[in-house]
Design a protein around this ligand. Structure first.
Ligand SMILES: Cc1ncc(COP(=O)(O)O)c(C=O)c1O
Length: 491
């Protein structure tokens, strides 16, 4: 490096070296990315002490002009003038930058990525007098809030500081034990050691996806399916492939060619009272599905979000209960059967995948709220849960029947549906020219929230003929009134 030092000057040598390098950067002689000579070599070249050069570098580093990379050397950073100018303009003229320009470049890039998920918009805010048939959960007016409050207080009194400690990563042991008993009473044998407590089914899905899937992998889902599952998989840059379905769930007889073609790394299914169609996978297809995933070596994620809310007919075996061993990951939660804000869910799996999921859970959020887990365990133990479930089933069955009656009475006869045997939803096929998204928007204006079919399809436009109505959230009177209004709009 050609650099003449004035040893008689009152400016210290390290500052002269720093000033020379600074000038070189500004003039473009030392562009960003240039590797500066090692301190020992430059010191020898200039005939100065090594410490002098080290001090010059330290000064430039403090100014952000150069940066050392461990074991690699010291590099010019840049582009300095633009960066300084940008920072100055942001700090001196904050209100001149409007809209997207307010944000640093790395943030602006986030809004322009090609593979961005098409997130389903938040449901419209509840207006006064609005009847909400669009929601995805039960009636919050019937949540056992007082009983749960008492349980929570009892748990804090009983467990003191233990109730607010972190707790075990895989969950509160008595709750895991309790869940294993509840599942056994439903014909599903899972040992407590294979139960992982999660912060809801949404987290369970995310953990499974994080462990098993990489960008570009294919995942098979019912088409239509739970909208936020599609969002989740898209956000991970997966190829989301739809499986054909009918009123008996996935058409397993058509599945083998899809498996051959896409070689999916996961199948996600909601076999009971599916969201949004309300359909139930029939028992022959359950067995066929298990045979297929075993033959093709594909993990099966079974989302049993409302399995306990059956109003007629015999319960079907959980896919997990047909599992020959380690093929099915079962997820469920207390969101629909109890209250969604508890954020307590469960995942059951066997084999190495279980331990790996525990590790992934730990790096995501350490643990699910210990206090909530203890309260849920206490609530479920004392039998209140069973009576709450029985009450809820009776209530929702009446509401389902009220909605079926209202549809028959007020909707045009060419609107078709299957009576759901459980769960929360009617899935209507609405013929005619008008798209259901437009109808849903008009319906909201008329004070009735309904969910447009397009939110649940991989290709949104496939949903233009469908509407999803929640029957669990409204009283029979509200259901009659709202379906009547909807009928007028459709006509
Ligand atoms: C099918 C399905 N799975 C999972 C979830 C997520 O539920 P959780 O509250 O347990 O995270 C929902 C929520 O609506 C759902 O409809």
């Amino acid at each position: 490096m050609r650099l003449s030092l004035n040893r008689d000057s009152r400016t210290p040598l390290f500052q002269q070296i720093a000033a020379h390098l600074r000038r070189g950067m500004r003039a473009g002689r030392l562009p960003p990315g240039t590797r500066l000579p090692p301190t020992r070599r430059l010191a020898t070249e200039l005939g100065v002490n090594r410490l002098t050069v080290a001090n010059a570098y330290a000064e430039l580093e403090a100014e952000g002009l150069i940066a050392g990379e461990m074991g690699n050397g010291t590099f010019v950073q840049g582009p300095i003038n633009e960066a300084v100018a940008e920072v100055e303009s942001i700090t001196s003229l904050p209100d001149r930058r409007k809209g997207e320009q307010r944000w640093p470049r790395w943030q602006r890039q986030l809004t322009h990525t090609e593979q961005r998920p098409v997130f389903v918009p938040n449901p419209p805010k509840q207006r006064r007098g609005m009847i909400d048939l669009a929601s995805g959960f039960g009636d919050s007016r019937t949540f056992p809030v007082d009983e749960f409050r008492k349980t929570l207080q009892m748990v804090m009194r009983r467990d003191g500081i233990d109730s607010v400690a972190y707790g075990d990563h895989d969950g509160y042991p008595p709750l895991r034990e309790r869940i294993s008993h509840v599942l056994a009473s439903q014909g599903l044998t899972v040992s407590a050691e294979n139960v992982l407590i999660t912060t809801g089914s949404q987290q369970s899905m995310a953990l499974v996806a994080q462990l098993l899937l990489r960008p570009g992998d294919s995942v098979l889902v019912e088409n239509p399916t739970y909208a936020i599952a599609i969002d989740l998989f898209r956000s991970l840059q997966l190829k989301v492939i739809g499986m054909p379905t009918d009123s008996g769930g996935i058409q397993t007889e058509l599945l083998a060619p899809l498996l051959e073609k896409h070689r999916p790394k996961l199948i996600y299914t909601i076999p009971n009272f599916q969201n949004p169609t309300g359909s139930c996978l029939d028992s022959r297809r359950r067995r066929e599905l298990i045979a297929l995933v075993t033959r093709y070596n594909i993990p099966l994620l079974e989302d049993d979000f409302v399995g306990d809310l059956r109003y007629d007919g015999r319960a079907q075996p959980a896919l997990k209960s047909l599992d020959p061993g380690g093929q099915v990951i079962y997820i469920s939660s207390f969101s629909k059967m109890l209250m969604p804000g508890l954020r307590v869910g469960l995942l059951a799996a066997e084999g190495p995948v279980y331990q790996r999921l525990v590790e992934i859970k730990r790096v995501n959020d350490l643990v699910t709220s210990n206090l909530m887990q203890r309260a849920v365990e206490a609530f479920v133990t004392v039998g209140r849960y069973d009576s709450h479930l029985r009450r809820t089933r009776r209530l929702y069955r009446r509401r389902r029947d009220a909605m079926a009656e209202a549809i028959e009475r007020y909707l045009p006869s060419d609107v078709s549906y299957d009576l759901p045997a459980g769960g929360l939803f009617f899935w209507l096929r609405v013929p005619g020219k008008r798209k259901t998204a437009t109808l849903a928007a008009k319906s909201i204006e008329a004070g009735v929230g309904v969910a447009a079919g397009r939110d649940f399809f991989i290709e949104g436009s496939d949903g233009d003929r469908y509407l999803r109505l929640n029957f669990a959230c409204s009283t029979p009177q509200e259901i009659l009134r709202s379906v009547k209004r909807l009928g007028n709009l459709i006509r």
